[in-house]
Design a protein around this ligand. Structure first.
Ligand SMILES: [Zn+2]
Length: 412
């Protein structure tokens, strides 16, 4: 048997002045080949046995037959890790168990040293809105990078057809994506804190505003264009940076747009001009969604059928841009992207001349944008009116914009 125990539990047992022994809980895996000690109380898993603190190895109890078959006795001795030993009771004797102390927090991020400061990310709060094949990849990769706080937003449950392109597995079918992802993130990151929201953001813009308000970054991986517009109108006035991802039809390609208030273009600016860059896509890709001809087909970007690996490429690019945004202002050897729009072609279709081609474009701010230039927008819509008409019109314009602060009382 191979036993693992977190160093934090060992420390706890060594400094606990009230008691010298207790029970250990966790899980047994692979038919008893592995025992993972996860805590000293029932909330940490199944009963595994007991721990006992002794002053030296010579004080170890011999032939204590009060234990049942299969129970583990963990002997915690002050000193280097290798002094900690464990035995497991067999039917007629005790057998030695190999102990391995896991330095969860120190070892987890040790491979990231020299690339960026994991500690810098431990204090960051990121909301991932949309947990399909794109958002689920972004959430898990950011967690592995050391992001400390995550808010997961999605109102869907996992279905069988999701699984081929999702990081969750068959045992999660029927669960809310938020909760399945939360358990996965807790399983892959020792220090992360996760909040879940089973919410359609378009049904509750106030809740959306509250979710994003104290975030360092929002990842918009929803499959509908209206959601991205709502996210933009929640994030920009609150000064929250956001990364928007889209995979095109059958994921032949995709793009990532980043908005960092108060500078540059917001997502409304992007949407207003996106068709001007390359024109509509070819017939084979009619349902490419961002701002193209038929707004009723604004649709299932990341949710569209596509090879998991193709969607994954776009999702990893989103993750990359998200990570670089979080690392702005910190010590990192990773260079930031220089433009706010990144397009990537998995295949040589539409504007992409060859497979795996990337394009970088700086989308300019629109001077009459209703979200990032609302003073200009209101002014341009009031031109030539009487004061009374203008006041009424201004109220209507502002009332039509969800999550927009009044220009008289701009959000700090
Ligand atoms: Zn704008």
């Amino acid at each position: 048997m191979f036993l693992t125990i977190p160093d934090t539990l060992v420390t706890q047992a060594l400094i606990d002045t009230d008691r010298t022994e207790g029970q250990i809980y966790g899980r047994l895996l692979d038919g008893g080949d592995v025992a993972q000690v996860m805590g000293f109380s029932e909330t940490s898993g199944s009963y595994l046995g007991c721990w006992r603190r002794i002053e030296s190895s010579t004080a170890a109890p011999k032939h204590d037959l009060s234990y049942s078959e299969g129970e583990i006795l963990l002997l915690i001795i002050p000193g280097p890790p290798e002094t900690i030993t464990a035995q497991r009771r067999t039917s007629d004797a005790w057998e030695e168990v190999e102990c391995n102390i896991v330095r969860l927090h120190a070892d987890y991020t040790s491979r990231l040293h020299g690339i960026f400061e994991a500690d810098h990310l431990a204090n960051k709060r990121v909301a991932v809105i949309g947990l399909g094949s794109g958002g689920s990849v972004v959430a898990t990769q950011l967690a592995r990078c050391g992001v400390g706080h995550m808010r997961l937003v999605d109102f869907d449950r996992l279905e069988v057809h999701n699984i081929a392109r999702h990081v969750c597995g068959l045992h999660d079918i029927g669960r809310y994506k938020t909760r399945a992802m939360r358990d996965l993130l807790y399983d892959i990151s020792p220090a992360i804190q996760v909040e879940t929201f089973e919410l359609n953001i378009l049904d509750d813009l106030d809740a959306l505003g509250a979710i994003v308000s104290d975030c360092d970054l929002v990842v918009a991986a929803t499959d509908r264009e209206e959601s991205k517009v709502a996210i933009n109108r929640a994030c920009w006035p609150r000064g929250v940076a956001a990364v928007y991802g889209a995979a095109y039809n059958r994921a032949f390609g995709g793009d990532v747009f980043r908005a960092i208030p108060p500078d540059g273009a917001c997502y409304d600016c992007f949407q207003a001009v996106v068709t001007e860059y390359f024109g509509p896509p070819p017939a084979a890709t009619q349902d490419f969604s961002v701002g193209y001809e038929d707004p009723t087909r604004l649709p299932d970007l990341i949710a569209e059928p596509g090879l998991g690996i193709d969607v994954g490429m776009i999702a990893l690019l989103m993750t990359r841009v998200a990570l670089l945004t979080l690392l702005r202002g910190s010590n990192t050897t990773l260079p930031d992207v220089e433009s706010n729009w990144l397009l990537f072609g998995n295949r040589a279709e539409w504007i992409f001349q060859k497979p795996l081609e990337s394009l970088f474009i700086e989308v300019e701010r629109q001077n009459d944008c209703p979200t990032c230039q609302y003073r200009n927008y209101v002014a341009s819509n009031l031109d030539g009116m009487s004061v009374e008409e203008a006041a009424t019109e201004a109220q209507e314009i502002l009332g039509s914009l969800p999550s927009m602060p009044s220009p008289l009382h701009p959000h700090p």
